[in-house]
Design a protein around this ligand. Structure first.
Ligand SMILES: Cc1ncc(COP(=O)(O)O)c(C=O)c1O
Length: 353
């Protein structure tokens, strides 16, 4: 299969700037972390952006901060998310009190699913954090209602935006809806740079605590928690080089998606839309869903796929892994691959109709 490539402009920008890092010897805590933070703040219109070495380290740090300074001890996650989101909660010493159901139509919980989970929680919500994962490249379509509800109930909402850098809902960027959000730039992501993450928040207190946390608070020496989860300068430059091209990358993926959208519409195959009046996604995944039967029965000939969003479910319902598949969609995907997908879709349906 093909490998995922970075835009040429990103590679050139990285090469043109890496020598300066070696010349100045600023390999850590230097100007590229600053530049990356500024760039993210400009793109996403957020007040604080702090580079960390992964999405997971950022979420664990946030959980620890909310435990130490805001008295939070309990957490809920959604059933359709990466297994690691569950391990993050225990790593931070939280009680995982519930796993919120997800819908096949979005692969995420609806407002009603989240409300139901919170209503079944029989303790004070002042102890609670919810980690809501944006899945497949779009923001949870119900996020505005969810944010309002969490504010009313004094629940901390962490937006796990590992998949959704550059995506918007009502023109507002992913990661900026809840109390804090965290992006991932891990190799497989839509906008990827190998490794790394960025924590974003409009809460200046959380921003300050996070900046001190990642330096063990070694300058002020007031905090009891903290760890070096910083982003190396070379990696900060790498992420900067990629995100400066983020709009180009997404545009390219929308072009590839056009072909899939056409064939899905003509064969009446259901898919998860990444563009409507409300949302604009980044096409991390092009996801086909099959509400009535298992996807392998609906599309038996489709073999040119990329990995499912998740092969497993963390909650009770196992419907999502069985009823979706993802078509290859990455930056500059070869036309031969997308052509093969189209012919496999056609072949599958001519067999089953
Ligand atoms: C939903 C979700 N959250 C968090 C992560 C963790 O990201 P990272 O590898 O940057 O820690 C991933 C992916 O790997 C993910 O899919």
């Amino acid at each position: 299969m093909s490998t995922i490539k970075l835009p040429k402009n990103s590679i050139e920008f990285f090469k043109n700037n890496q020598d300066e890092i070696f010349k100045t010897g600023k390999l850590a805590e230097g100007p590229w972390n600053e530049e990356l933070s500024k760039k993210i703040k400009i793109i996403t219109n957020v007040k604080n952006a702090i580079g960390v070495n992964s999405n997971g380290s950022g979420i664990v740090a946030l959980l620890l901060i909310y435990k130490e300074y805001y008295g939070r001890t309990d957490v809920m996650i959604q059933s359709n998310t990466m297994y690691g989101v569950k391990t993050m909660t225990k790593t931070a010493g939280y009680n995982l009190t519930n796993v919120i159901d997800c819908r096949l139509e979005t692969l995420m919980p609806s407002f009603e699913d989240l409300k139901k989970a919170v209503n079944s929680y029989n303790k004070e919500t002042e102890k609670l954090v919810i980690i809501l994962s944006d899945i497949g490249g779009i923001i949870n379509p119900d996020i505005e209602k969810i944010v309002k509800f969490c504010k009313e109930k004094n629940i901390i909402l962490i937006e796990d935006s590992a998949h959704s850098f550059g995506s918007t809902l009502n023109k507002k960027f992913s990661g900026t809806f809840g109390n804090a959000g965290v992006y991932s730039y891990y190799s497989t992501k839509a906008i990827f740079a190998g490794e790394g993450g960025v924590v974003v928040t409009n809460d200046n207190n959380i921003g300050d605590l996070m900046r001190d946390f990642i330096a063990y608070d070694r300058f002020k020496r007031k905090m009891n928690i903290g760890c070096n989860i910083r982003l190396a300068e070379l990696q900060a430059l790498m992420i900067y080089s990629v995100i400066k091209e983020y709009a180009e990358i997404i545009k390219n993926k929308f072009e590839i998606a056009k072909k899939y959208l056409e064939i899905c519409k003509s064969l009446d195959i259901k898919y998860i839309s990444q563009k409507n009046d409300l949302i604009s996604g980044n096409y991390y995944k092009f996801t086909i869903i099959s509400p009535r039967k298992n996807i392998s029965e609906l599309l038996p000939k489709v073999k040119t796929t990329t990995s499912k969003v998740y092969e497993y479910a963390l909650g009770a319902s196992k419907e999502i892994p069985l009823k979706h598949l993802c078509l290859p969609i990455w930056f500059n995907l070869e036309e031969s691959v997308s052509d093969k997908v189209v012919s496999e879709l056609k072949n599958s349906l001519s067999l089953t109709i």
